[in-house]
Structures are given as structure tokens and as C-alpha cells.
Design a protein around this ligand. Structure first.
Ligand SMILES: COC(=O)[C@H](CCSC)/N=C/c1c(COP(=O)(O)O)cnc(C)c1O
Length: 560
């Protein structure tokens, strides 16, 4: 950083060029001296970055991000001249007037309708939906959904208080007491939620457990019941709920969806001890694009929830004016749907399957997953809505120039915000402080340009592309006479195959995963996979070019 510039506030301890990753880009072009860059250098840097990003974008197949952004630029670049901030609740105008909340509400209404929630939002109607558009991606949606679940199940105050009036909003006690009728052990556990998610879940779930200090069944089982793993007594607890097994008998070569029976056995263990149950289900898992069977999980867990008084339970959160206990009736379970990828397109695949005009017969039934999924209690005739919350990324299937998404739940599950900052003129009901006001405009513009019919065609095309890709890779496998471990989970938008060399991985931005076939046997073969995701952006020519690269002699390192 010498060449005549004034000294930096602090000198580098080493040369960044020597310590930072060597990427395609020349790092020195982007170094920032105290005087800033000359117009020429700045422009040159911008051109370098543009060339790199567009080159990588034109070969982008490895992640579930739709790189087709061209339809926004012309109409939306005008909003780059303002800071649009939707701070606070989407349904309260607030005092930060440069906002796009009217647009955000239309986007939320759209997904409420698509996901069979009661809309428009009505804060006085516990059954109506509530939601907000995310400033991060689905990681924020998962974090928020699991935070909501934790506090709901742990008896924290809810936003709706049966004794509150608009004139006299009663400050609810922050923490309820456990239901009276329980045994000592059950009372101790009644407000201590236990989380369950499969081994194919995204790492944002583990991150959320750490951030929120929520116990997984593994953490609690290992600490308190080390010898009692109900799946294999005496053996260590599995770290996550096992996924369904493949031909090998292990989940590594399985489809990637949760093993419903094993989930039920683990849930039963903790429900029997009085714990409320928090389950995350995947809708388009990160690596295999698999869909957990939300309907099967709901029906399998329902009798367990009923048996252990978790369908509906009374929590006491204070005493009224007449000193009578104030009770709240809540469910003792929470199903969060991580719909990062699939919540954006599965409704359209279902529409295609249900409308004969589309002449579409899916290879497997289209998974149910939304707020319309109910289970009836045969004894009481009562019907229960089973899904508590859904999160979806906006930058995956839909496509956005930056991470964004949607979180949705129902008013009856909403938490009372931890604080009430008057200066934003709105309840602080979301995760962020400042909230991206541009993302709702991007999502709105996409939905304005893409009718249901158009979106049905797009997901049908993507399914065809996934099938085409699988066939091309199987053909290559035959030509090379080598097992390329080609696999595609039914209805998934991704195809996985044997990891090729680093040059091909970098060119196509391929995401990789290495799995031991039998995790308990150190000598067990390691499966080194990569995958391609067939987003609306992917064209047959890109697949053909990738397959051509995979024909190269050195494309696949020899087996170790
Ligand atoms: C390794 O690939 C990933 O982490 C991609 C994000 C990159 S593509 C946009 N998946 C993110 C993801 C997430 C996190 O979503 P983001 O925070 O938006 O990245 C949540 N749930 C599932 C099932 C996911 O697959």
C-alpha cells in the first residue's frame, strides 16, 4: 500500500495478496488507499468485477439461486435513488415514511392466499395470518420461526391477550407457569421445548439452536438420558433425526427426507416426559432437494401429542383483578416448515397436477405443507391446523439480486415483542430493526409479471430440465463406463453425481458434499457428491456444456 499514498491508519500485518483466497480476481485492483481511487482505477475495478460476476453467473448451476434477474433492472433501478426502510410491523404505517409497506402487505397477502392462510391480516382475528418480508434469506425466517416457537412453547406472553383492550392493553406477564395438573417431572419440563430436525436440514437450524439456546433432542438426551436412546438403547443418541435409508440401508444414498417413524419414536420419548415439541420440516432440502412428508408427520405425531396432552394445554400467566388465575390455552407443539426453496413453487406444481388441462401426472404425490393442512381427532371430531409457521427464500426459485424472503405464521401464535420502541411508531414485531424496503418491491414485481399459469409452466419446465439433466448424466455414465453415482430424489430440482475435478467445480460453482456410507464404520466408503440445481435460469445448452466438460479425461479424479 506504499506507492506514495498517505499511510493507512494502521499498517497491514501482512500483504493481503498473500493471505486472502486466490480467486479469479486480481486482489490489488480492489485495494482501498486513504485517498480513495482515481476515477480511472475505480472504473477499471468495476469493469473487472462485472466481468467476473457475469462470467460466473453465465455458468451458475451449483446452488438453488435463480440468476435470471433481467426483468427487474429497467423498472426498479429508480428505487436505488432512495433508502426505502420498512422498519417495524408491516401492518402499522410507522413514522419512517420512506417505506414500501403497502407493497409488502400485497406480497404477504399473495403468499397467505397461496399457502391457504386466512387473509387479509386482522390483528383482532387469531386465525388470520401475520408475516413479514425478510431482510436476510431463509436463515432469518428459520431463526424467527424457531424463536417464535421457543417462546410460544415456553409460555412467554403472546401478542393477543384475551383480557386486553385497545384502550387498556394489559402488560402480560413475560413468563407463564406450567399447567397445574402435571406431575413434578412434567411440570419441570412443561415449558422446556425440545427441537427435532433431520440430518438433511440446513445448517441454519443448528445455528438457530445455538443463537436461541434451544435444546435439541440430541443435547438433552445425551445430557440427561445418555443410555436411553429409544432408537438404539445403550448407544449414543443420533445428532439429528435420521433421514430415510437408501438401497444400502443407510441414509447417505437415501432420498434426503426425514424418516417419519424414527422421528415419532424420538418425539414420543420427550413428549412422555412432558416436554413441548418443536419440529422443523424441509421443503426442498439443501443438498438433495427432498421434501419431508408434512402430512405423514402430522398424522403420525398427532396421537402422540394427544396422548401427552400437547394438542391443547392450559398455561397460567398471572392473576386477574379478582385474584383468579389467568390462563391461556395453547398447543404444546410447533411445526415449522423450512420452505426456503419449495414453498415458492410446490403450490403451482399442485395446481398443475389437479388441473387436467395441464396434462401433468407427477411421479409422486405433490407434498402438502401449508396452513391448510389439518388433522381431525376421530374421538372429538375437532379439526386441528397442524402447521404453525412457514419460511421461504426470495432469492432461490423466484430470484432476487440479494437475499430476501417471507416469514408467515398466524396471529394466535404471534409473540408479544420484547420491547415497545415508541420512536418507530410501530410494534417491533420482526427480527431486524431496519428492514429492506427494496426486497418487497422486487418480490412484488416478480409476482406482477408472473401469473399462476406462467409459474405453473416454469416449474413444469424445471422438472423437465431436472429429468433431462439426470438422463444426460446417466448417458455419460454409460459412455465412460464408470459409476457416477447419478441420483435425483422424486420431484427434486437438483441432480447429484460424483465430484469432478476442482476446475469444473469452480467453473460451474458446483456445491459439494461428502458422506460416509456407514457413518459408524471408519472403513466405510465415502461418497463424494456435487449437485446441479435446475432453476428457471438453467438452459439445456448449459447442461450440454457441463456434460461436455465432464467428458474430459481428467474430469473425475481416479478413485482414491
Ligand atoms: C449450501 O447452499 C445453501 O446454503 C443454500 C443457500 C445458497 S443458494 C441461495 N441453501 C440455503 C437454505 C436455507 C438458508 O437460506 P438462506 O439464508 O436464504 O441462504 C434454509 N433452508 C434450506 C433448506 C436451504 O437450502
Amino acid at each position: 500500500l506504499s506507492n506514495g499514498h498517505p499511510a493507512m491508519i494502521s499498517d497491514p500485518v501482512a500483504n493481503p495478496r498473500d493471505v486472502y483466497p486466490r480467486d479469479d480476481l486480481p486482489p490489488n485492483v480492489f485495494e482501498l488507499p486513504p485517498t480513495g481511487l482515481s476515477p480511472e482505477k475505480r472504473h477499471a475495478a468495476i469493469l473487472e468485477l462485472e466481468e467476473y460476476v457475469t462470467r460466473k453467473r453465465d455458468h451458475f448451476l451449483g446452488y438453488q439461486a435463480n440468476q435470471d434477474q433481467d426483468h427487474y433492472r429497467l423498472d426498479l433501478s429508480r428505487f436505488m435513488e432512495s433508502h426505502v426502510n420498512n422498519v417495524g410491523d408491516p401492518f402499522t404505517a410507522g413514522n419512517f415514511k420512506v417505506n414500501s409497506k403497502v407493497v409488502e402487505r400485497s406480497v404477504l397477502d399473495y403468499y397467505a392466499a397461496l399457502w391457504n392462510a386466512k387473509w387479509p391480516h386482522d390483528k383482532t382475528d387469531p386465525e388470520s395470518y401475520w408475516g413479514y418480508t425478510l431482510s436476510m434469506g431463509c436463515t432469518e425466517g428459520n431463526l424467527y420461526g424457531l424463536w417464535n416457537a421457543r417462546d410460544y412453547l415456553a409460555g412467554k406472553a403472546l401478542i393477543t391477550d384475551p383480557e386486553s383492550t385497545a384502550q387498556q392493553p394489559r402488560l402480560l406477564w413475560v413468563q407463564a407457569a406450567p399447567p397445574e395438573h402435571l406431575s413434578a417431572e412434567q411440570k419441570e419440563n412443561a415449558l422446556h421445548p425440545v427441537a427435532f430436525f433431520s440430518e438433511d436440514s440446513h445448517y441454519s437450524l443448528t445455528k438457530a439452536m445455538r443463537v436461541l439456546s434451544v435444546d435439541t433432542f440430541y443435547a438433552l438426551g445425551t445430557a440427561k438420558y445418555p443410555k436411553d436412546n429409544p432408537l438404539a438403547p445403550g448407544k449414543p443418541w443420533p445428532k439429528e433425526v435420521p433421514s430415510a435409508a437408501g438401497e444400502s440401508g443407510f441414509s447417505a444414498d437415501g432420498p434426503g427426507c426425514v424418516d417419519v417413524e424414527k422421528l415419532a419414536v424420538l418425539v414420543e420419548f420427550f413428549a412422555a416426559k412432558g416436554h413441548p415439541i418443536l419440529v422443523n420440516l424441509n421443503l426442498g432440502s439443501t443438498f438433495k432437494g427432498a421434501y419431508d412428508d408434512v402430512r405423514a408427520v402430522s398424522e403420525r405425531l398427532f396421537p402422540i401429542f394427544k396422548k401427552h396432552g400437547l394438542l391443547e394445554r392450559e398455561v397460567v400467566y398471572g392473576k386477574g383483578k379478582d385474584a383468579k388465575p389467568l390462563t391461556d390455552r395453547r398447543r404444546g407443539f410447533w411445526l415449522h416448515i423450512d420452505g426456503a426453496l419449495g414453498a415458492a413453487y410446490l403450490p403451482f406444481l399442485r395446481m398443475a397436477a389437479e388441473n387436467p388441462n395441464y396434462e401433468y401426472v407427477p411421479e409422486v404425490p405433490i407434498p402438502e405443507f401449508d396452513f391448510g393442512l389439518t388433522v381431525s381427532d376421530q374421538e372429538t371430531g375437532r379439526t386441528y391446523d397442524m402447521v404453525n409457521s412457514i419460511a421461504m427464500s426470495g432469492h432461490k426459485w423466484i430470484g432476487s439480486p440479494w437475499p430476501c424472503g417471507v416469514f408467515m405464521t398466524k396471529v394466535k401464535f404471534q409473540m408479544r415483542p420484547p420491547d415497545n420502541p415508541a420512536y418507530i411508531g410501530s410494534p417491533d414485531t420482526t427480527f431486524a430493526g431496519s428492514r429492506n424496503g427494496f426486497s418487497p418491491i422486487v418480490l412484488w414485481d416478480y409476482l406482477a409479471q408472473h401469473s399462476y399459469d406462467k409459474q405453473i409452466s416454469m416449474i413444469r419446465d424445471a422438472q423437465r430440465m431436472a429429468h433431462y439433466t439426470e438422463q444426460q448424466l446417466l448417458r455419460l455414465q454409460k459412455t465412460l463406463g464408470r459409476d457416477l453415482m447419478v441420483a435425483r430424489t422424486p420431484l427434486a430440482l437438483t441432480v447429484r453425481f460424483r465430484r469432478p475435478n476442482e476446475r469444473i467445480i469452480a467453473k460451474w460453482s458446483l456445491s459439494s458434499e461428502s458422506l460416509k456410507l456407514n457413518p459408524d464404520d471408519p472403513k466405510s466408503p465415502q461418497l463424494d457428491y456435487v449437485h446441479v440445481f435446475l432453476m428457471p435460469w438453467a438452459k439445456p445448452s448449459m447442461i450440454d456444456d457441463l456434460v461436455k466438460d465432464l467428458h474430459a479425461k481428467d474430469a473425475f479424479p481416479s478413485e482414491a
